[in-house]
Design a protein around this ligand. Structure first.
Ligand code: SF4
Length: 140
């Protein structure tokens, strides 16, 4: 048995929560203290038993007026899957134009989420494309 301390991030109160954990191979919450409300207890239990995170990153854009589009997951994913999801995102190249909310990936690494664009990227002008092509940085 061990005790883990957290600052609850569910609301601005930031309660200090102590979770008593049975530390076998899979941690199991035995008791939660310090939370003011049930939401804090649920959050703390999840932090111990199945921590989740929403992640943000960026993907390459070809033929755009900016080389990257920012993206994020629409749902939090298990902490242990972040590396796989980031690797899947890293392999994506979108073709401009990209609109905010465009779905970039569905179920990356088997996770129950989509990855969507959070920044729009317009199509590059012909002059910009020509200059980029001359530098070898853009395919037409
Ligand atoms: S335990 Fe409840 S009141 Fe305290 S920070 Fe978490 S959500 Fe807010």
């Amino acid at each position: 048995m061990s005790a883990r301390e957290f600052t609850c991030v569910v609301c601005p109160n930031g309660c200090s929560i102590v979770v008593e954990v049975d530390d076998d191979e899979t941690p199991v919450v035995a008791k939660v203290r310090g939370n003011v409300c049930k939401r804090g207890e649920e959050w703390a239990r999840q932090e111990v038993e199945n921590p989740l995170r929403t992640i943000a990153s960026s993907v390459s854009v070809s033929g755009g007026d900016f080389p990257l589009a920012s993206v994020r997951t629409t749902r939090p994913i298990p902490l242990g899957k972040i590396r796989d999801v980031m690797e899947t995102i890293r392999q994506v190249t979108l073709a401009a134009p990209v609109e905010i909310g465009d779905v970039v990936l569905v179920s990356p690494a088997g996770c129950d989420t989509e990855v969507i664009a959070t920044r729009g990227v317009g199509s590059a002008s012909r002059d910009v494309r020509r200059a980029a092509k001359a530098k070898g940085g853009m395919k037409e």
